[in-house]
Design a protein around this ligand. Structure first.
Ligand code: ADP
Ligand code: ADP
Ligand code: MG
Length: 512
C-alpha cells in the first residue's frame, strides 16, 4: 500500500507515474483515490505506506522505493529538485485563498510571462478587473487553469479541469494543458468527461477498487484501450474484472418512441439584464421527452431555466402556468439535517417501493441516507439534488448541469433515472449540460443556444438530436466520430482524414 488514512479507512495501492513529454490521464470513480494520488505526487501529502499509526520518514519512503521510477520521483520531490504546479479539484476554495482582483492574482503567479497569451486563449479579458469572489464557476475554473499553467514547473497536475466549462472552453483548456508537456515536463490530468480525457491524454492509468474502501492504480495503457477497458470493467493485462457489467452506449441516434402528445408549451420569451439580453423562440415538449440544452457559457441557459421555473420574470411573454421543478447549477451544502430528512420532507412517496428502487437505489443514495447534507462530497451532493428535484410534484423537470462532479458510471445512471422517470410518469425534462456523451445518451431533442457570451443569447430549435448536435459542433468547429468498439463519441483530430471527410459532408456529429 501507498497510503492508508486510518484504521478501517481508505487505502491506496501504487501510484500513477508521470512521464516526460506526455499527458497521463487518470480515470476512476468518485472516492477511489484520485485526489489522494495527486496530493502525494505533488508533495501535499506524505504517504504513510499503510503505517497510519507510525508514519514513515521521507528517507524511509525513498529507501522502500529505491531503484523504481516512483522512488526516483519522490526522492527528487523531497530534495526539492523538481518543481510542481497543481490545479486542485475544489476551485471554490480559491476565493478564500486569494482575495482581490483577477489581474492581481495573474500578475502574482505569472512566472513564465505568458499570461497575456493565455488570457486571450481562455477568454478572460473581460473579467480582469473583477473580484475573484464574484466569478462564476466556469470563469473560476479557467482562472485556476491559467494560474497552474503560468508557473515554471517540471510536473503539472490538473484535478478535474473540465467541470463547469462549456465544450469550447474544454477544448481550449485541453489544448493549453496538452501543450505544457515537452521533453522536460510531464502532465497528469484527472477527468470524468471522457471526450475531454480522450482528447487531452497520451496515455491512461485506471484506478479501480471499491469506492471509499480501497483503490488500485493500473498499469499505463494507450488512451483508446484504457478508456475502452475501463468501460468494459475488465483489465486483460492484469486479468482483473473490477465491475460486473460493462458500460454500453447504444446506437443513440436511434430515436426512442415518444408520445405525440404535447405536455408543455412555452411562449416567446425575452429577458434583459444590465449588459445581457436573451430571446427565446416559442417551443413545446412532449410527454416523456428529454430536451437537452447546449451552448457556450454566458448565453443565458440558466436564465432560460429560471424563466420557465418562474424564478425570474420575463420582460416579454409569460412564464408557463405549468409547474417546473428546477435543479440549480451550483448545489449548496448549506442545508440542515440528513439526506433522508430532506427527501422525506420533499415527497410523501419516499417510503414507496417504486421510489426506493428507482430513485434512491439507482442513484446510490441508500448508504448516504443518514449522512448530513453539509458533509457530502461534490458528486454525492449533486445526486441528492437530482433526487430532490425528481421528488417534487411538477409537469416539467429542469436540470442545470447535472453531470458536474459525477463519475462516468454515475453519469449514465443519472441519465437513465431521469429518462425512465419521464417515460414512466409521462412528464418531461429539460437538461442543460456540456458533456457531449451524456447529452447524446439522455436527449431526445436539442435546443441550441447561440449568440455572444455575456452580451446576447438566442436559440435555435428545439430540433432533433442529430441536427442539434451537428449545429452545436459546427459552431464549435469540432467533429466527432463514434468509437467502433463502444459507440462512445470521440473528438476527431483536426485535419485528420475523418475530420476532413465529415466536414465535407457537413456531418460534424459522427456518421454511422
Ligand atoms: P477521488 O479523488 O478519487 O474522488 P479521494 O482521493 O478524494 O477520491 O478519496 C478517496 C477516499 O479517501 C474517499 O473515500 C475519501 O472519503 C477518503 N479520504 C480522503 N481524505 C481523507 C482523510 N483526510 N481522512 C480519511 N479519509 C479520507
Ligand atoms: P449560461 O447559463 O448560459 O452560462 P446565464 O443565464 O447564467 O448563462 O447568464 C447569461 C448572462 O446573464 C451572463 O453574462 C450573466 O452574467 C448575466 N446574468 C445572469 N443573471 C444575472 C442577474 N441576475 N443580473 C445581471 N446579470 C445576470
Ligand atoms: Mg448556466
Amino acid at each position: 500500500p501507498m497510503h492508508r488514512y486510518n484504521v478501517n479507512a481508505f487505502e491506496l495501492f501504487h501510484l500513477p507515474i508521470p512521464k516526460k513529454g506526455i499527458v497521463v490521464g487518470i480515470l476512476g470513480r468518485n472516492g477511489i483515490g484520485k485526489s489522494t494520488a495527486l496530493n502525494i505526487l505533488s508533495g501535499n501529502h506524505l504517504p504513510n505506506l499503510g503505517h497510519y499509526h507510525q508514519p514513515p520518514t521521507q528517507e524511509s519512503i525513498e529507501k522502500q522505493f529505491s531503484n523504481t521510477i516512483i522512488g526516483d520521483y519522490l526522492k527528487q520531490l523531497y530534495k526539492k529538485e523538481i518543481k510542481i504546479s497543481f490545479k486542485p479539484q475544489r476551485i471554490e476554495l480559491l476565493p478564500k485563498l486569494f482575495q482581490g482582483k483577477v489581474k492581481d492574482l495573474i500578475k502574482k503567479v505569472d512566472e513564465k510571462n505568458i499570461s497575456k497569451l493565455l488570457i486571450d486563449e481562455l477568454e478572460l479579458n473581460n473579467i480582469l478587473e473583477r473580484n475573484i469572489a464574484d466569478l462564476s464557476g466556469g470563469e473560476l475554473q479557467r482562472l485556476a487553469i491559467l494560474a497552474c499553467c503560468v508557473k515554471k514547473a517540471d510536473f503539472y497536475f490538473f484535478d478535474e479541469p473540465a467541470s463547469f466549462l462549456d465544450v469550447t472552453s474544454r477544448i481550449k483548456a485541453a489544448k493549453i494543458i496538452k501543450s505544457l508537456a515537452n521533453e522536460n515536463t510531464s502532465v497528469m490530468v484527472v477527468e470524468h468527461d471522457l471526450a475531454t480525457l480522450d482528447y487531452i491524454s497520451d496515455e491512461i492509468q485506471i484506478i479501480y477498487g471499491h469506492e471509499g474502501v480501497f483503490g488500485i492504480v493500473s498499469q499505463s495503457k494507450s488512451v483508446r484501450r484504457g478508456i475502452n477497458e475501463y468501460l468494459d470493467g475488465f483489465l486483460p493485462d492484469d486479468n482483473i474484472r473490477f465491475r460486473n457489467y460493462s458500460i454500453k452506449f447504444f446506437d443513440s441516434l436511434e430515436k426512442k418512441r415518444i408520445s405525440k402528445e404535447i405536455l408543455f408549451e412555452f411562449d416567446e420569451l425575452e429577458k434583459s439584464y444590465k449588459d445581457f439580453k436573451l430571446k427565446v423562440n416559442p417551443g413545446n415538449i412532449r410527454k416523456g421527452e428529454v430536451l437537452a440544452v447546449m451552448g457556450e457559457n454566458g448565453l443565458g441557459k440558466t436564465t432560460f431555466l429560471k424563466l420557465l421555473a418562474n424564478l425570474e420574470t420575463p420582460d416579454k411573454g409569460n412564464s408557463p402556468k405549468k409547474k417546473v421543478a428546477y435543479k440549480t447549477q451550483y448545489p449548496s451544502s448549506d442545508v440542515d439535517g440528513t439526506v433522508m430528512q430532506w427527501i422525506a420532507k420533499t415527497t410523501k412517496e419516499f417510503t414507496s417501493g417504486w421510489y426506493q428502487q428507482n430513485i434512491i437505489e439507482k442513484l446510490g443514495l441508500l448508504r448516504l441516507l443518514n449522512n448530513k447534507i453539509s458533509e457530502l462530497s461534490g458528486g454525492e451532493l449533486q445526486k441528492v439534488y437530482i433526487a430532490i428535484t425528481l421528488s417534487q410534484e411538477a409537469d416539467v423537470y429542469a436540470f442545470d448541469e447535472p453531470s458536474a462532479f459525477i463519475d462516468v458510471e454515475d453519469r449514465l445512471k443519472i441519465a437513465e433515472v431521469i429518462k425512465e422517470f419521464m417515460t414512466r410518469k409521462e412528464k418531461a425534462a429539460i437538461v442543460v449540460d456540456h458533456d457531449v456523451q451524456f447529452v447524446d445518451y439522455i436527449a431526445d431533442s436539442i435546443l441550441v443556444f447561440e449568440g455572444i457570451p455575456g452580451k446576447e443569447g438566442h436559440v435555435y430549435g428545439p430540433c432533433d438530436k442529430e441536427e442539434g448536435m451537428n449545429r452545436v459542433l459546427k459552431l464549435l468547429d469540432i467533429t466527432y466520430r463514434k468509437d467502433k468498439q463502444t459507440n462512445r463519441p470521440r473528438i476527431n483530430k483536426p485535419g485528420s482524414q475523418l475530420d476532413s471527410e465529415q466536414r465535407a459532408l457537413g456531418k460534424y456529429y459522427y456518421t454511422k
